[in-house]
Design a protein around this ligand. Structure first.
Ligand code: HEM
Length: 503
């Protein structure tokens, strides 16, 4: 505060036109000395705090009280972390908005997070304030982790190969149907289109046909309002604040649950059983034999949709831009479709998906360079030893897939989009946590297989329909203002392929 006061005061002084040069110089010297003194004081305090039998991780000093490095990090988080790694090494702490973050950079350091117990590095403490208002109570991070693990197991049972085989046709149909509105050629917002498409496909595959059939503009708006709960504001500000976005989120939550309750009720009353994820949840029981109640099922359905929504749509959009930038690669992917599925490109089959290996590697490489979840976070509840350091309780311990996926020490030609790297001698393959787009350990993603199937079908269908190119060579910059790093101005140019497929 005193620094701010000095800054403001010196600003006013400078505005004073009567001020002569000597006093300007004097004010500037006083300001510089004071700032220097304050930052040294702050740094010394941090060093003193870090005294003990084991060293605390190096702390990046900041002369800005409370905000700390928030502005620099917010502007370019990856660059910030890469520079921190170069300067301080794999374990580094810094302050933002009054909180201390400790990043574990690189595979070896990241092992601490993935091998830890939830009681030591806790996920609920950092995620619940974001997720509980959106998913509701009784699920995910609102319940003790062992219970959430049981819920994840139930969901995983529903995400099985028999279901995936059914999903192939559904996703292909939804994609063809959605892109009819694009016509033969043009320039359109690819990210927007894929976000809309993924809600439709995910809703039908993960929620079932009754809920998909109700997905009109009103329900889509409810999802958008609910999704508006996933913001930096919701994470940083107290939940009781009367913000319009919070109110919209809470209203949407109630409305959507009402829709789901009706569907669940009808399903429970139906004489014949469906074979889908909703049915799996209705029939599931916890280890103690208790079945899920309607509120838990509805919360898990919301969680399923939203966990896969931004992650899959952002990844699909980035993949489109990587393919549009490298037309030769795009042509190879198109040829692969013919080679694997047949010259006349008949509808896709589940068994063919694994043989689309180039497409698979393109997706893998997209997830390397643009993993949608840029940071995984936990709250240190107990002192955590890592290398020569001890991380004290209260630090938010983070691992960034984005940083690990492009670390100079691990990856060759680290910033190139090269799907062939996985066929070559790949140094990262020897490091357990060098490639972690779906996380690892007890919080690992359960949606990886579904996401791969969904994105591969969407792109198989799109490659068959269109030829894509960048608009005037523009490859989207990364938008760092959103929680998931989306493409900025994601307009793509498309032209219908001359070869007619069996549509
Ligand atoms: C490209 C798509 C996806 C990516 C990159 C992705 C990434 C991740 C990551 C990094 C985590 C770990 C979070 C952490 O450790 O803090 C995670 C967890 C999870 N994901 Fe995904 N995900 C994707 C799609 C999906 C889909 C489609 C679903 C559901 C069908 C899903 C459901 C979950 C669930 C339930 C968790 C568990 C969270 C926990 O145990 O704490 N994800 N995902």
């Amino acid at each position: 505060i005193s620094e701010m006061t000095i800054l403001e005061a010196s600003g006013q002084l400078l505005e004073n036109t009567k001020m002569n040069l000597t006093s300007v110089l004097l004010a500037a010297s006083v300001l510089t000395l004071t700032l220097g003194y304050l930052s040294k004081l702050l740094f010394r305090q941090q060093q003193q705090q870090h005294a003990g039998d084991r060293k605390y991780p190096p702390h990046i000093p900041s002369s800005i009280p409370f905000l700390g490095h928030a502005v620099a990090f917010g502007r370019s988080p990856i660059e910030f972390l890469e520079q921190a790694y170069e300067k301080y090494g794999p374990v580094v702490s810094f302050t933002m908005v009054g909180k201390t973050f400790t990043y574990l950079l690189g595979s070896d350091a990241a092992a601490l997070m993935f091998n830890s117990k939830n009681e030591d590095l806790n996920a609920e403490d950092v995620y619940a304030r974001l997720t509980t208002p959106v998913f509701g109570k009784g699920v995910a991070y609102d319940v003790p982790n062992p219970l959430f693990l049981e819920q994840k197991k139930m969901l995983k049972t529903g995400l099985n190969i028999a279901q995936f085989k059914r999903h192939v046709k559904i996703i292909e149909e939804e994609t063809k149907d959605y892109f009819k509105r694009w016509g033969d050629s043009g320039e359109k917002n690819l990210f927007e289109a894929l976000s809309e498409l993924v809600i439709l496909t995910a809703s039908r595959c993960l929620h079932g046909c009754e809920i998909r059939s109700m997905l009109d503009e009103r329900v889509a708006q409810l999802y958008a309002d609910l999704d508006g709960g996933f913001t930096h504001a919701a994470w940083l500000l107290p939940g009781w604040l009367p913000l319009p976005s919070f109110r919209r989120r809470d209203r949407a939550h109630l409305e959507i649950k009402k829709i789901f309750y009706n569907v669940i009720k009808k399903r429970r009353e139906a004489e014949e059983k469906n074979d889908d994820i909703l049915q799996t949840l209705i029939d599931a029981t916890y280890k103690d034999g208790r079945p899920l109640n309607d509120d838990e099922i509805a919360g898990m359905l919301i969680g399923l949709l939203l966990a896969g929504q931004h992650t899959s749509s952002t990844t699909s959009a980035w993949m489109g831009f990587f393919l549009a930038r490298d037309r030769a690669l795009q042509e190879r992917c198109y040829s692969e479709q013919k080679h694997v599925c047949g010259e006349h490109l008949p509808p896709l089959h589940y068994d063919q998906l694994k043989d689309l290996s180039l497409l698979d590697r393109c997706l893998k490489e997209t997830l390397r360079l643009r993993p949608p979840i840029m940071t995984m976070m936990r709250m240190a509840k107990t002192p955590q030893k890592v290398g020569e350091y001890s991380i004290p309780p209260g630090h938010q311990v983070c691992v960034s897939p984005t940083v690990n996926h492009r670390l100079r020490d691990t990856w060759t030609q680290r910033l190139d989009f090269n799907p062939e790297r996985y066929l070559l001698d790949n140094p990262a393959a020897g490091e357990k946590f060098a490639y972690i787009p779906f996380g690892a350990g007890r919080h690992r993603c359960i949606g990886e297989n579904f996401a791969y199937i969904q994105i591969k079908i969407i792109w198989s269908t799109l490659l068959r329909l269109y030829d894509f190119e960048l608009v005037d060579g523009y490859f989207p910059a990364v938008n760092y203002t959103t929680m998931i790093h989306t493409p900025h101005n994601p307009i793509i140019r498309y032209t219908r392929r001359k070869t007619q497929t069996q549509q």
